[in-house]
Design a binder for this molecule. Structure first.
Ligand SMILES: Cc1cc2nc3c(=O)[nH]c(=O)nc-3n(C[C@H](O)[C@H](O)[C@H](O)COP(=O)(O)O)c2cc1C
Length: 319
């Protein structure tokens, strides 16, 4: 998620679930082709399985970036056809491509030719005055014919005229049934549902109808829920019993990053929602906010913040 997630966040999330697939924020083809690739695309091997999400529409650029992503070691290339921001609309990628399914299909075909890893698409139900019954089918059929390995559908339209990107994540109504109908019409295609899914109990309900569930804001804002993902969805124990154990496992990574010049706050900013309903959660947040940003802040700031929390006795509750 742009401006929210990054590689540090993915390491944190991976320490809570071995099986959930992690996605990068959208990276435009222009940034990858002309920018600092090591900074944009570098990641820690612990993050696997991890998908690289691309924003773009030129098939040659998409193919080149997919190949670069595969060479970096990503497990999947995902094309963004859902982001509604103006900047993205002007660059002709993101949600506006819902109106140009043939361009999206060409991009997918080019990426499939370029790489051996799965290529997937994340889209909306439609945009503006499109009829979602027609628009979603057209997009889905086009990309599946072009070789897409799975579709992730954010179960609401994007309104490109008049709503901000933030409003476009809440105001157009959710229509999960439309995604279920897509799955019924394309039973052989893996369909992953996204949008407004608050917890793992809701995720389980969706899994009765579709193949997968993507959590955006719930995963980021309430990361403690991820400790329930492996036991509740994948039938396996969580990698760590409690959030304090997650932080203990993360400490060597943080120390390495600090030694490389990363600032503590750029890692600990992802921990704001780590503790839920335990005494000391607020003191933890305050300690990190006040001290994590100080120049030269070290891992002791995190240790001191954790010491303010009584987390041990609390079993991870996910739903
Ligand atoms: C701050 C922010 C940044 C986002 N950036 C991306 C992005 O880079 N790529 C993408 O596919 N979706 C992005 N999204 C949308 C989410 O992936 C997701 O589709 C949307 O928030 C609905 O799902 P949720 O209710 O589980 O959050 C972003 C959402 C937020 C809140």
């Amino acid at each position: 998620m742009m401006d929210w997630t990054d590689r540090h966040c993915r390491v944190f999330h991976r320490l809570m679930t071995r099986h959930a697939r992690l996605y990068t924020e959208m990276l435009t083809t222009g940034a990858i082709l002309r920018g600092d690739r090591a900074r944009l695309l570098g990641f820690d091997t612990i993050e696997h399985p991890v998908a690289l999400q691309l924003g773009g529409s030129d098939p040659r650029d998409l193919a080149a970036c997919a190949r670069i992503g595969e060479d970096f070691g990503y497990d999947e290339i995902n094309l963004n056809v859902g982001c509604p921001s103006d900047r993205v609309k002007d660059g002709r990628f993101g949600a506006c491509l819902m109106a140009e399914p043939e361009i999206v299909a060409q991009g997918v075909r080019a990426m499939k030719r370029a790489v051996g890893i799965p290529v997937t698409v994340k889209c909306r139900l439609g945009i503006d005055d499109q009829d979602p019954e027609i628009a979603l089918d057209a997009l889905a059929r086009g990309v599946v014919d072009a070789g897409a390995d799975a579709l992730i559908v954010h179960a609401r339209k994007a309104w490109l005229n008049g709503l901000s990107p933030k409003e476009n994540r809440d105001i157009p109504p959710l229509d999960y049934d439309r995604v279920y109908r897509l799955k019924a019409a394309m039973p052989d295609v893996p369909i992953i549902i996204n949008g407004g899914i608050a917890d793992l109990a809701e995720a389980r309900q969706h899994l009765l109808h579709v193949d997968g569930v993507m959590l955006g804001r719930a995963a980021y804002q309430e990361p403690w829920r991820l400790l329930g993902a492996d036991p509740e969805l994948f039938g396996e124990a969580a990698p760590h019993a409690a959030m304090k154990d997650v932080f203990a496992a993360m400490t060597p990574y943080i120390e390495d990053e600090l030694a490389r010049g990363t600032r503590l706050h750029s890692i600990t900013r992802h921990f704001v929602g780590a503790f839920h309903g335990v005494p000391g959660a607020r003191a933890f947040r305050r300690h990190l906010a006040e001290n994590g940003v100080k120049p030269g802040a070290g891992v002791n700031v995190l240790r001191d913040a954790i010491a303010l929390v009584e987390d041990r006795a609390v079993a991870p509750i996910a739903a």
